[in-house]
Design a protein around this ligand. Structure first.
Ligand code: FAD
Ligand code: NAD
Length: 465
C-alpha cells in the first residue's frame, strides 16, 4: 500500500478537529482530516446542537400548553399537540445544514476529508479503514489527536433497550410516560427538563446531595426551584442499583438508606463523559496521561514530539468552544506562530430553564485561590426587561478583587442569560474593573443592565435596588 503524505493529519472531525483543519488550510498547511462517523463530531450531531434544538421545541410546546390553560398576558390557545417525528426531522435538518457547512468550509480551505476509522501505527503513521473496507495508510509530519469523548456507562445497567444515553434521547420515537434520569449534571437536567416539557413524568436521581454539583449552591437554587415547579421528582443523595427483574423500573437506594423502585419505561443515563482513548491504537504511543485524558501542555503538545491533542480527549472542561479554541491555536503553532492556550476564563453555560452561566471565579473559588474578593448580586426581579418577558427568577453576580476592583468572575442564572456569556468573557479577557462595567452605558431595557447594576452594587451604589 502506497502511503499518502501530508503535513498535518487530524484524527476526528469534531469542533476541535475541524476547526484546526480549517485554520491549517487557511494558513496553507497541507491537511487531512479522518472522521469515522460524521463531520461535526459529538457537538453538531449528537450533542450541543441537537440538544438545544430539542430543548427549544420542548419550551415552545410547554409555552403553548401554558397558553391553553390561560395566561396573565391575555393569550389563550386550544389544546396544543406535538408531532414528535416532525420535531426530530426539524432537528435533523439543522444538524444536516451545519455538518454540510463544515464539509464545505473544509473543501474551501483545501482540506482533504477521509471518511473512515483511523488506527495509529506510530507517531507519524496512521492506517484508515474506509467505509468500503479499503485501507489507506497516511504519513504525516504532525499528528493531531481530536477523537473526543464517549458517554460513561453504568456497568450494572449498560446501554440498550430502555436504558439510553443522550444520543438516543436526542432522537426519540416517542415520549416516554415515565422517564428516570440518572445524573443531575448538564445532560440530565437539560434533557430531563425538555422531556418533562414534552409531557413525560420525570424523576432525576443524583448521587450527590445537590444538582449541578460543579456550580455553587446559590447559583443552582433557582434551577432547583424551577425543576420542582415543573413537577420533576428530584432524588438527591440517591444511588442507582439497577433495573428491576420485570424490566419496568429502576431500583435505587435513597439518601436515608431505603431501597425503592422507580417505575419507568425509559432510563436516561447521564453520569458523565470520558475521553475516547481505547480501540484506535492510542495506547501504542505510550503518551503521558492525566487520569483517563491525554496529558497536554499549554500548547496542546503531548509527551511525543509533533503529536498534539485537543478537546474532550485532553480532559476537562469538555466543552465545544474550548476544543475549537485549542484546535485553532494548534494550527497556528504548526504554521510557526507563537501561541499558548492560557485563557483567563472558559465560559460554561447550562441550558436549563432558567439557564446558568459561569465565567471565571465564583466567590468560593476566588477565596480558595487566595484573593481578597468582593462580590455582589443583582436580581432580575429588579430588572424591567425581565418583567416584560415574564421571567424575574435569577440574578447576575460579579466577583472582583477588593484592592483594585479587577473582575475575577461572573455568574448568572435566569432566562436567556447564556447570551450574557460574551460580555462576561470579554470583560475578564480585557482586564475590566468594576468601574469599567459600571461606567459603560448598557441599553435599556435589557437583561444586560443587570450586569452593570451588579458592578455598581459591588461598588456600593446600585441605582435600581
Ligand atoms: P468530538 O466532538 O467528540 O469529535 C470527535 C470526533 O472524532 C467524532 O466525530 C468521532 O467520530 C471521531 N473519531 C473518534 N475516533 C476516531 C477514529 N479512530 N478515527 C476517525 N474518527 C474518529 N459542549 C458545549 O460547549 N456546549 C453544549 O451546549 C454542549 N452540549 C452537549 C450536549 C450533549 C448531549 C453532549 C453529549 C455533549 C455536549 N457538549 C456541549 C460537549 C461537546 O459536544 C464536546 O465538548 C465537543 O464535541 C468536543 O469536541 P471534540 O472535537 O473534542 O470531540
Ligand atoms: P456531568 O458531569 O455534567 O454530570 C454527571 C452527574 O451525574 C453528576 O451530577 C454526578 O454527581 C452524577 N452521577 C455520577 N454517577 C452517578 C450515579 N451512579 N448515580 C447518580 N448520579 C451519578 O455529566 P453529563 O451530564 O453526562 O455531561 C457530560 C459532559 O458533557 C459535561 O461534563 C460537559 O462537559 C458536556 N456537556 C456540556 C453541556 C453544556 O455545555 N451545556 C451540555 C451537555 C453536556
Amino acid at each position: 500500500m502506497n502511503p499518502i503524505s501530508t503535513t498535518l493529519l487530524v484524527i476526528g472531525g469534531g469542533p476541535g478537529g475541524y476547526v484546526a483543519a480549517i485554520r491549517a488550510g487557511q494558513l496553507g498547511i497541507k491537511t487531512i482530516v479522518v472522521e469515522a462517523a460524521q463531520l461535526g463530531g459529538t457537538c453538531l450531531n449528537i450533542g450541543c446542537i441537537p440538544s438545544k434544538a430539542l430543548i427549544h421545541a420542548a419550551e415552545e410546546f410547554d409555552k403553548a400548553q401554558h397558553y391553553a390553560s390561560g395566561s396573565a398576558i391575555g393569550i389563550s390557545a386550544s389544546a396544543p399537540s406535538i408531532d414528535l417525528a416532525r420535531t426530530v426531522q426539524w432537528k435533523d435538518g439543522i444538524v444536516k445544514r451545519l455538518t454540510g457547512g463544515v464539509g464545505a468550509l473544509l473543501k474551501k480551505n483545501d482540506v482533504q476529508v477521509i471518511n473512515g476509522f483511523a488506527r495509529i501505527l506510530d507517531g507519524k503513521t496512521v492506517e484508515v479503514k474506509q467505509a468500503d473496507g479499503e485501507l489507506v495508510r497516511i504519513r504525516c509530519e504532525h499528528l493531531l489527536l481530536a477523537a473526543g469523548s464517549e458517554a460513561v456507562e453504568l456497568p450494572f445497567m449498560p446501554y440498550g433497550g430502555m436504558v439510553v444515553s443522550s444520543t438516543e434521547a436526542l432522537s426519540p420515537g416517542t415520549v416516554p410516560q415515565q422517564l428516570v434520569v440518572v445524573g443531575a449534571g448538564y445532560i440530565g437536567l437539560e434533557l430531563g427538563t425538555a422531556y418533562r416539557k414534552l409531557g413525560a413524568e420525570v424523576t432525576v436521581v443524583e448521587a450527590a446531595d445537590r444538582i449541578l454539583p460543579a456550580y455553587d449552591a446559590e447559583l443552582t437554587k433557582p434551577v432547583g426551584a424551577a425543576i420542582k415547579r415543573l413537577g420533576i421528582d428530584l432524588r438527591l443523595g440517591t444511588s442507582v442499583l439497577g433495573l428491576n427483574a420485570g424490566g419496568d423500573g429502576v431500583r435505587v437506594r435513597e439518601a436515608n438508606g431505603e431501597e425503592t423502585l422507580l417505575s419507568c419505561d425509559r432510563v436516561l443515563v447521564a453520569v458523565g463523559r470520558r475521553p475516547r482513548t481505547g480501540g484506535w491504537g492510542l495506547e501504542s504511543l505510550e503518551l503521558d496521561m492525566n487520569g483517563r485524558a491525554v496529558r497536554i501542555d499549554d500548547q496542546c503538545r503531548t509527551s511525543m514530539r509533533n503529536v498534539w491533542a485537543i478537546g474532550d480527549l485532553a480532559g476537562e472542561p469538555m466543552l465545544a468552544h474550548r476544543a475549537m479554541a485549542q484546535g485553532e491555536m494548534v494550527a497556528e503553532i504548526i504554521a510557526g506562530k507563537r501561541r499558548h492556550f492560557t485563557p483567563n476564563a472558559i465560559p460554561a453555560v447550562c441550558f436549563t430553564d432558567p439557564e446558568v452561566v459561569v465565567v471565571g471565579l465564583s466567590p468560593g473559588e476566588a477565596e480558595k485561590a487566595g484573593f481578597d474578593a468582593i462580590s455582589a448580586n443583582f436580581p432580575f426581579a429588579a430588572n424591567g426587561r425581565a418583567m416584560t418577558i415574564e421571567s424575574t427568577d435569577g440574578f447576575v453576580r460579579v466577583v472582583a478583587r477588593r484592592d483594585n476592583h479587577l473582575i475575577l468572575g461572573w455568574q448568572a442564572v435566569g432566562r436567556g442569560v447564556s447570551e450574557l456569556s460574551a460580555a462576561f468573557g470579554q470583560s475578564i479577557e480585557l482586564g475590566a474593573t468594576l468601574e469599567d462595567i459600571a461606567g459603560t452605558i448598557h441599553a435599556h431595557p435589557t437583561l444586560g443592565e443587570a450586569v452593570q447594576e451588579a458592578a455598581l452594587r459591588a461598588l456600593g451604589h446600585a441605582l435600581h435596588i
